[in-house]
Design a protein around this ligand. Structure first.
Ligand code: 5GP
Length: 116
């Protein structure tokens, strides 16, 4: 079963695409958690961080470079932002196609809630 993101990559599902090249696509998150919430997604369907192969090193680096450039383009490079990759159930992953969240445009608060 292709994931939602594979369908977006294939153009079978609509998305607000803000960037695309031969290795990645970036589009607006459908349920934004901040004023800027962009998902940077590799075209290659890697399910989770656990499935990243050594040979994917440059692809993962490219995702971060794209996030850096989008942050500049969106005007949040100086105010700040957060990059997140969730992994599996405890990480809160919903879509099992690797993606990097770029969040910003407001103070994002602590990284996670502390349960003391
Ligand atoms: P995860 O929890 O897996 O790290 O993040 C999945 C993200 O994908 C969520 O923030 C969710 O809002 C977003 N999302 C889920 N379905 C869709 C969709 O069909 N289109 C877009 N643009 N985002 C989606």
């Amino acid at each position: 079963m292709p994931t939602l993101f594979e369908k977006i990559i294939a153009g079978e599902l609509p998305a607000d695409v803000v960037y695309r090249d031969s290795r990645v696509i970036a589009f607006l998150d459908i349920r934004p958690a901040a004023r800027i919430h962009i998902l940077i997604v590799p075209n290659k369907p890697i399910p989770t961080v656990n499935d990243i192969a050594d040979e994917d090193e440059s692809l993962i680096g490219h995702m971060v470079i794209v996030a850096r450039d989008l942050a500049r383009q969106q005007g949040i490079a100086e105010s700040g932002y957060r990059l997140i990759i969730n992994c599996n159930a405890d990480g809160g992953q919903e879509v099992y196609h690797l993606h990097l969240h770029l969040l910003g445009g407001r103070p994002l608060g602590p990284m996670i809630t502390r349960n003391t």
